[in-house]
Design a protein around this ligand. Structure first.
Ligand SMILES: [Zn+2]
Length: 155
């Protein structure tokens, strides 16, 4: 199975930067990184003193009763995005995670929600969930804070 790990689309971020606010109206505001913040534009950890922004983001692109929006850190200015699209982003390995899957109609696939401990094989778990015939894609979220990390689907 070929799997694609997807960061926030660059075009959506660029539209927010030019508008001066995120899609929910929060100001696009410069913030100086402390060096622990996981960035959802390129799926790595921020370096100390990097220019970042804290925005509210929803991975949905059209209205849905399943839509959830929440806080994510991104680069303040455009970055190169995430290149290793077939690899589970290293910075999110060895963490507690939630794999939150959706079916082909866009409804949550409750039977396949998966909670991962740091020592679990995260890539294997993603493969197992996406291998279920009724699962179309999944959102990987923080297992401690619930924040959205990235979207995963079959290539
Ligand atoms: Zn970035």
């Amino acid at each position: 199975m070929e799997i694609r790990y997807t960061a926030i689309p660059a075009e959506r971020l660029e539209a927010m930067r030019s508008a001066g606010h995120d899609e929910l109206g929060n100001k696009w505001q410069l913030r100086v990184a402390e060096g622990w913040e996981p960035l959802r534009c390129c799926l790595r950890k921020a370096d100390v003193d990097e220019d970042i922004a804290l925005i509210c983001y929803t991975p949905w692109e059209s209205p849905s009763p399943w839509m959830e929006a929440g806080p994510v850190f991104v680069h303040h200015d455009a970055c190169d995005g995430y290149a290793e699209i077939d690899r589970y982003p290293a910075v999110f390995l060895n963490n507690k995670a939630i794999l939150n899957p959706f079916d082909h109609s866009g409804a949550r696939a409750y039977d396949h929600i998966t909670f991962l401990e740091p020592e679990d094989d995260h890539e294997q778990a993603v493969g197992d969930v996406l291998g279920q015939p009724d699962v179309a894609y999944l959102h990987a979220r923080s297992g401690t804070a619930g924040c959205f990390h990235f979207l995963v689907r079959q290539a």
